[in-house]
Design a protein around this ligand. Structure first.
Ligand SMILES: Cc1ncc(COP(=O)(O)O)c(C=O)c1O
Length: 363
């Protein structure tokens, strides 16, 4: 049975990358050691992390005045690290268009009880279960604010922010965890971008931060590990970094480059997700909670059947048929197909055939 992995993260990785890692697993580059056994101060690992950074810079066309950091703690640590470093004494705006954006805002509010800054909820679509991207009141943005935080892809709800607000020079900070390298954004439109690796980049354990140099903190943040300036000055080697994860990320970056880069990824992702959206839209049986086509994610596509019993039956039958991890997030139910870069179009075609059969059987 062919297995298709629809997991929202950790997610499917390119088979070629896994095979390359397997081939090099015991003896990396004639070193006689596995990548996992290399010192993070060794020449071999230094080449790996430098290549990884150079490739990411090339893929995302990251300007020279941005630092690229390979950190730990997941995107969730960034929810606190960001205000800790950037927000001192200022306002920090949050656009909350999904559960993860809400977590980022909630963490900021919590931190503001200890650190002097003012988190402000700029826009939210929570009252309609985050089924759309809310309008962002650009006129309400104080030009002296530290940043405007957005989530470019709402992994759980299946919406995306494609058109960035005009923030009148206030840096936009983006949680890009679920569509980094999947949708082509212009890095210079952002002050900072962060992303957990476990969707489009590699295994869990690496967090990418891309930050404009002038936003690096001048005063020490609470702890060295949480200090962007220290991490940048030490080229992400302040402590022992997640070496194997960074190596896997490097292999994925090479692979994405070989396939034609981020623009090509986006094109294919639009094709893949388009097949599924078109099928859902013509069906009387399945429906998408995201009605506005312009808000729809190309990475995470939630859908439901006419009732929760049928959703349950669908999830069980899909799992038995090899469509793994297609169950919707526990907070929203239904189904969710995550079609990240490494997810093959054949998997979407097979899913559509399965959905058709299920519909006929349960109509
Ligand atoms: C958009 C978004 N932000 C943040 C997170 C949390 O990431 P982590 O588990 O790396 O902390 C996720 C996880 O799925 C996510 O999708």
């Amino acid at each position: 049975m062919t297995i298709y992995n629809f997991s929202a993260g950790p997610a499917v990785l390119p088979k070629k990358v896994l095979e390359k890692a397997q081939a090099e697993f015991l003896n990396y580059n004639h070193s006689g050691m596995s990548v996992m056994e290399l010192s993070h101060r060794s020449k071999e690992f230094d080449d790996i992390i430098q290549d990884a950074e150079a490739l990411l810079r090339e893929l995302m066309q990251i300007p020279d005045n941005y630092k690229v950091l390979f950190l730990q703690g997941g995107a969730s640590t960034q929810f606190s690290m960001l205000p800790l470093n950037l927000a001192k004494g200022k306002k920090a705006y949050y656009v909350v268009a999904g559960s993860w954006g809400k977590k980022a805002y909630t963490e900021a509010v919590k931190l503001s009880q200890t650190i002097d800054f003012e988190p402000v909820l700029l826009a939210t679509s929570e009252d309609s279960n985050f089924d759309h991207i809310p309008a962002i009141p650009e006129d309400g943005i104080d030009p002296e604010a530290a940043y405007v935080h957005v989530t470019t892809n709402n992994t759980i709800e299946g919406t995306s922010l494609y058109d960035l607000p005009d923030t009148k020079g206030v840096p936009i900070v983006a949680d890009m965890s679920s569509n980094i390298l999947a949708v082509n954004y212009n890095v210079s439109d952002f002050g900072m971008i962060y992303a957990g690796a476990q969707k489009n980049i590699g295994p869990a354990g690496v967090t990418i931060v891309i930050i404009r140099e002038d936003l690096l903190n001048n005063e020490p943040a609470l702890s060295s590990m949480l200090d962007y300036r220290i991490q940048a000055d030490n080229h992400s080697l302040y402590n022992t970094p997640p070496t194997f994860g960074i190596y896997m990320a490097k292999l994925v970056f090479e692979h994405v480059k070989e396939l034609g880069g981020v623009a090509q990824m986006e094109k294919v992702n639009r094709q893949k997700s388009g097949l599924l959206y078109d099928f859902i839209d013509q069906s009387d049986f399945y429906s998408s909670p995201v009605k506005q086509a312009t808000d729809r994610s190309v990475a995470n596509i939630p859908f439901v059947t006419p009732n929760t019993d049928l959703d349950k039956a669908f999830n069980q039958a899909a799992d038995e048929a090899g469509f793994k991890n297609i169950k919707g997030h526990r907070s929203v139910g239904g189904m969710r197909a995550s079609l990240y870069n490494a997810f093959p179009i054949e998997g979407v075609e097979a899913l559509l055939a399965f959905m058709k059969d299920f519909e006929e059987e349960h109509q």
